[in-house]
Design a protein around this ligand. Structure first.
Ligand code: T1G
Length: 688
């Protein structure tokens, strides 16, 4: 195996090169060798300057996250950084790819930083529930100022080399080849006798006395519930208030607090789950995708436009196939409105690669399209008929997509007589969220799933391959329990507040109003006969929808909405609830926030257990990725299945049994999988 770190002499220069693919993470082995070879270079009198650079696609992307939560091994990253900081000869860091976290901290301890133009740098630790724990919170504000350091460290965002140069974080942006440019730069430093610019010698000053408090207030809303962003601010405060040594100690203490926190454990789980989720069991990585040059979306309504826009953003020319001239004109007008609304918000790369999206009445387009999505049919029967027709005219190997969130994919696939080409596609939150479900039928060809994974990943989405609708199914169980709580005495605002405080952006009722109550109502109607007696008798959704209160777009649902979409409590809903409970013979009671939280979450988790047991989702991480990236389940709780494991399934089970006894609902009866795991003292992840 190639050595992780090498030291090579080049004239009077020493080149320390790392080689730890794929991202040169600072694993224990790397730290040991780096520390040893740097010491050697520093003590070698024939070496007058040192260049640090990395082989492969990237400079150091930080500490090795896989080592977190395990017994720390020395030297740790701070030790290596302090070794560099103490260097008595010029050290130049040569950056390419991504220089992140501990890698950028290492570069900050060097005297000069040069970078290729394509390099991106940043401190993503906050996205792992951590903070830069190797001097980054102390050196960065000294070098680029408190304001810019707060933005970089609290946001976790990556910036370009050009922006970094503008901030003074990078000294020079160089051309390929990086190695030669770095050596040339080092020789210039020696030739010109440039000083050893130690960032540690600089001072961090506030731009205004209340700068940190003001910053804390400015991020309070977007960082609601998270620990790490506020620990970052406190660490940067230490850079201003304390000498470096004490500041580093304060940073370390704050870092360890976060490292030991359940939030960071959950966010690290989410980091690896997001990478694992596209390694689909039974779908070899090497599965070749089909070539897509054109897409036709049958339909012109919201769902069709969302799909068309996503395809176009993925550089796939898309045509919406409308049924009438009026539909076509309306679709074109709506596309213009959403394009205007989205203008300026999309990234430069999306804008650059966006393909055209058009509308047409020409059904002949179905004969040549590489991908055809059915997004016009209002119900399952119409969907079956439409895809049957499409299957008959589409060319061989064209991919046939159903966009109906709760359709039985195998039933739909059979209608086309070519089930191997059929797949379901569900962009969460109308494409606004990163979550996407790729729903494969029993006979869907592997390359069809691979093609949609590739397409949705190119959009920056997190695709999850499942054997049936997962997110919408679990949401229905979650909403059903919330509706039962309304029958028993709660009000929509109370339930939503409890789930909002737990960390969801919004609660189940505001969420349902936002996506439109007609979707859940339609689903209830389709499944009515299979519902259990309590669910059938809970007619709240029917009563509300029959009044035309279909949610935000209709101006009223569980809440009333003003022209700007702001929700207000509606006494009409409260009277409806009081009347309904009375008609059902239910004596309304005061329900605690804890009961509301547990009954809603445990219903979600319990349905997740059924989804796993039936094999609709293959792994608990599939469910966690759907809920974190599709339904804004708080990432610092790791997703519903991870959260359940952290609570302990035995205690989840006993709480559910308690609620089942009280409210008599079979819904709180633990699923067989929960029973088995709880008895075995296992969790969803230890079972998988
Ligand atoms: N440690 C361990 N493994 C890592 C890793 C890391 N830092 N970064 C990536 N990997 C693995 C990843 O799991 C995947 O593995 C493979 O590399 C390719 O990654 C002391 C405490 C660098 C932008 O948070 O953001 O430093 O799935 O698929 O899309 O203050 O990876 O192939 O088995 O994501 O090209 C801070 C995390 C650490 C950066 C590349 N650093 N990484 O994206 O590839 S904390 C980070 C990324 C720290 C110090 C603190 C991205 C990337 P596998 P990938 P990519």
């Amino acid at each position: 195996m190639a050595p992780l770190v090498t030291l090579e002499k080049h004239g009077n220069l020493g080149i320390v090169a790392l080689n730890n693919p794929p991202v040169n993470a600072l694993s224990h082995g790397v730290r040991q060798s780096l520390s040893e070879l740097l010491s050697r270079a520093f003590s070698d009198a024939s070496i007058h300057a040192v260049v640090i650079w990395c082989e492969g696609r990237s400079f150091i992307a930080g500490a090795d996250i896989r080592e977190f939560g395990k017994t720390p091994l020395q030297p740790d990253v701070p030790e290596v950084v302090e070794l560099l900081d103490a260097a008595k000869k010029p050290v130049i860091a040569a950056l390419h790819g991504t220089a992140l976290g501990g890698g950028l901290e290492l570069a900050l301890a060097c005297h000069y930083r040069i970078a290729l133009g394509s390099t991106r740098v940043g401190f993503p630790e906050v996205t792992l529930g951590l903070l830069p724990g190797a001097g980054g919170t102390q050196r960065l504000p000294r070098l680029i100022g408190v304001g810019a350091a707060l933005d970089l460290i609290v946001s976790g965002k990556l910036i370009s080399a050009a922006k970094a140069q503008g901030l003074g974080l990078v000294d020079v942006v160089v051309e390929e080849p990086l190695r030669a440019s770095a050596l040339a730069f080092a020789e210039t430093v020696l030739l010109e006798g440039r000083p050893l610019r130690r960032v540690s010698d600089l001072v961090a000053k506030l731009d205004a006395a209340d700068q940190l408090e003001a910053y804390r207030a400015s991020v309070a809303q977007q960082c609601r519930g998270f620990l790490a962003p506020f620990h970052c601010i406190e660490a940067i405060r230490a850079a201003v208030d304390l000498p470096l040594g004490e500041g580093l100690a304060r940073e370390r203490a704050l870092f360890i607090e976060l490292m030991d926190s359940s939030q960071s454990k959950a966010q690290r789980h989410a980091f690896f789950a997001e990478r694992e989720v596209t390694k689909v069991p039974g779908l070899p990585d090497a599965t070749a995708a089909r070539t897509l040059r054109s897409a036709v979306v049958v339909g012109s309504g919201t769902r069709a436009r969302v799909l068309g826009a996503c395809f176009a953003d993925a550089a796939l020319p898309a045509t919406l196939l409308a049924g009438t001239q009026e539909e076509l004109d309306n679709a074109l007008a709506a596309l213009r409105v959403s394009a205007a609304a989205g203008a300026g918000r999309e990234s430069a790369s999306t804008k650059e690669r966006r393909a055209p999206i058009t509308c047409s009445l020409d059904a002949g387009l179905l004969n040549d399209a590489d991908l055809i999505a059915e997004a016009g049919a209002g119900d399952v029967t119409a969907q079956r008929a439409s895809l049957g027709r499409i299957g008959a005219v589409a060319k061989p190997r064209a991919i046939l997509v159903t966009a109906m969130p709760y359709a039985d994919i195998d039933d739909i696939a059979a209608c086309t007589q070519r089930p191997e080409d059929v797949v379901g596609l569900h962009f969460h939150q109308g494409g606004a969220a990163r979550g996407v479900e790729i729903i494969r039928a029993r006979d869907t060809a592997p390359e069809v799933s691979a093609t949609l994974i590739k397409l949705t990943k190119s959009l920056g989405k997190v695709p999850v391959v499942v054997q049936g609708p997962v997110g919408s199914r679990m949401f229905t169980a979650y909403l059903r329990e919330a509706l039962f709580l309304l029958e028993e005495g709660a009000l929509p605002a109370q339930v939503d507040r409890v789930l909002h405080d737990f960390g969801f952006q919004i609660g189940p009722f505001a969420e349902s109003d936002r996506s439109g109550l007609d979707v859940e109502w339609q689903r209830r109607k389709v499944r009515f006969d299979s519902l259990d007696p309590r669910a059938r008798a809970c007619t709240l959704l029917d009563q509300i929808c029959e009044q035309g209160r279909l949610g935000l777009e209709a101006g009223a649902g569980f809440y009333r909405y003003d022209a700007d979409g702001n929700a207000t409590h509606d006494p009409a809903i409260e009277s409806l609830l009081l009347r309904h409970s009375k008609d059902r013979g239910i004596v309304r009671r005061t329900i605690s926030d804890q009961e509301i939280l547990e009954r809603c979450l445990f219903s979600l988790i319990n349905e997740g257990a059924r989804v796993l047991e039936e094999g609709v989702a293959a792994r608990p991480l599939d469910i966690d990725m759907i809920w974190i990236h599709g339904y804004a389940f708080p990432v610092y709780r790791g997703g519903p299945m991870f959260y359940a494991d952290e609570l302990g399934l035995a205690s989840v089970r006993s709480a559910m049994l308690g609620y089942a006894a009280e409210s008599g609902g079979e819904h709180q009866t633990p699923a067989p999988f929960v029973e088995r795991l709880a008895h075995a003292l296992k969790g969803f992840y230890s079972a998988s």
